[in-house]
Design a protein around this ligand. Structure first.
Ligand SMILES: NC(=O)c1ccc[n+]([C@@H]2O[C@H](COP(=O)([O-])OP(=O)(O)OC[C@H]3O[C@@H](n4cnc5c(N)ncnc54)[C@H](OP(=O)(O)O)[C@@H]3O)[C@@H](O)[C@H]2O)c1
Length: 215
């Protein structure tokens, strides 16, 4: 029987104090060794997914470069189809499959602009993006593994909706601090029942710790 959703791995590099970027948006925390591990993981999934702010702040390529391997598709949660036309994912959409998940709020003109640049647009959800629906569409296309690479708000939506099958976090040897710095998980946060995971694996990589959790 076909699965109703791909296996979702949430991945991030955090500081010791659980931040994923400084208050000014600096987010390059991983060592070269950790980057190679991340790129190996990317090469083994069908798609890498990020939120629109990560595209605006970091302008990532989301490809496999530090090791040999195939590029996964790239998915951006972009409810209003407002990601910059000169962002690297949009500029390279002709070379690497790139999907913008938009909601019904996205103006037709902006959708057309993305499509003109080779970005495939999937509409799901009225205001928010309906992640269950999006994952069902991806599963229907044969996608088996999706890597969610942040940022904090995107991570929150996946955890809130109970869609995460594994969390892989690299704790890097930095302290960032600041109430305005983005944490691993943002959004509203849990109030009563806290979402819990079981520690499956610990790997020490020099001053970094790689932790793998499952529900
Ligand atoms: N260290 C790391 O591993 C790492 C990894 C990734 C990112 N980062 C850092 O994280 C920061 C960005 O994180 P962030 O929390 O500010 O933003 P984010 O999660 O990258 O993007 C948030 C935006 O994505 C859209 N979005 C996400 N989930 C949605 C949903 N279910 N429905 C509708 N729209 C949804 C919304 O776009 P709209 O704004 O258009 O509504 C939302 O504002 C950056 O500084 C980046 O450097 C660090």
């Amino acid at each position: 029987m076909a699965r109703s959703k791909p296996y979702v791995i949430l991945s991030a590099a955090t500081s010791i104090d659980g931040k994923i970027a400084t208050r000014t948006g600096k987010s390059k925390l991983s060592s070269q060794r950790d980057l190679e591990r991340l790129h190996r993981l990317r090469s083994r999934v069908d798609a890498v997914l990020v939120g629109k702010k990560t595209i605006s702040m970091d302008n990532p390529l989301l490809t496999v470069r530090h090791v040999r391997g195939k590029n996964p598709a790239r998915i951006v949660l972009d409810p209003r189809a407002s990601m910059p036309a000169n962002s690297r994912v949009v500029m390279t959409a002709g070379d690497v499959p790139t999907i913008a998940a938009v909601s019904e709020m996205a103006p037709a003109r902006r959708i057309a602009n993305l499509e003109k640049r080779g970005v495939e647009v999937i509409m799901c959800g009225r205001k928010e993006i309906d992640l269950k629906k999006l994952l069902a569409i991806l599963a229907g296309r044969g996608m088996k593994r999706v890597l969610v690479e942040g940022g904090g708000e995107t991570n929150w939506h996946f955890l809130r909706d109970g869609l995460v099958d594994e969390i892989v976090v690299t704790i890097t040897p930095y302290v960032i601090g600041g109430n305005g710095a983005v944490s691993l998980v943002g959004g509203e946060g849990f109030a009563g029942v806290i979402c819990s995971f079981r520690l499956k694996e610990i790997t020490r990589m020099g001053s970094e710790l790689l932790l793998r959790y499952v529900p």
